[in-house]
Design a protein around this ligand. Structure first.
Ligand SMILES: [Zn+2]
Length: 234
């Protein structure tokens, strides 16, 4: 059929329009971010049986010049353990909100889709093994790898202005506007990054083993990821 597309997708955002319609923003494997209009989405359980967030979907849509139309959705992979845990839903939701703002419509690539899918798989597994703190680090690792793919990875090895390399145990500060660490001489930055946080960042990007992080390290890294998306999202 002409102008019909089908592929794997995650729902990033869904807002009601009219009585039973929805406007839904997806991250798809091949087409990146796609906004689709789902007419009668709240009524037609047959066509849109799988239209659930936090679920790997297979969707079909028809290309239209203005707003493309969702024509079907089914569940490809359900994540029962994520769904059963408020803490895991919160983490998955945090990542989805970041991804939602990372790319404009029509951009994003299969690598980003795989990263998000892997993050869901790891969250699902971590729930099985109930490893607590590691879940937070795993989601952060995905967030920073996605930032790298979108071109907004904070520079964490040296000052963005003068190139000075911080000592291993030296806390540093990050300026999202300038793109990474800014040393004290160059004016510093608004966001703190602990030495452990910096090592973890390096491990996330190189797929190494991150050091054990405190709750505060995790909060600092989350704030940095959010600030970079906030600053650079267009
Ligand atoms: Zn400097």
């Amino acid at each position: 059929m002409p102008n019909l597309e089908a592929e794997e997708a995650f729902i990033l955002r869904s807002s009601p329009t009219g009585e039973s319609h929805r406007l839904i923003r997806f991250l798809t494997r091949k087409h990146g971010i796609v906004n689709l209009w789902a007419g009668g989405a709240l009524k037609s359980r047959k066509r849109f049986a799988g239209l659930e967030p936090f679920t790997l979907l297979e969707i079909e849509w028809r290309l239209r010049p203005e707003l493309s139309v969702l024509t079907g959705a089914r569940i490809k992979r359900h994540y029962p353990r994520i769904w059963g845990s408020l803490a895991l839903l919160e983490r998955a939701g945090w990542l989805l909100r970041l991804v939602d703002r990372m790319w404009p419509e029509g951009s994003g690539d299969p690598k980003s889709f795989e990263e998000l899918k892997d993050a869901f798989e790891r969250l699902e597994r971590s729930a099985e093994e109930s490893k607590g703190a590691e879940e937070g680090e795993s989601v952060l690792a995905s967030a920073f790898r996605l930032l790298e793919q979108s071109g907004w990875l904070p520079r964490y090895d040296a000052c963005v202005s003068c190139g000075r390399v911080p000592r291993p145990q030296q806390p540093v500060r990050i300026d999202p506007e300038k793109g990474g660490i800014v040393c004290r001489v160059c004016g510093s930055g608004p966001l703190p990054l602990s030495p452990l946080g910096r090592r973890a960042l390096h491990a996330f990007i190189t797929q190494g083993t991150p050091p054990p992080l405190s709750a505060q390290d995790i909060e600092e890294l989350k704030a940095i990821a959010e600030a970079f998306v906030q600053t650079h999202a267009r």
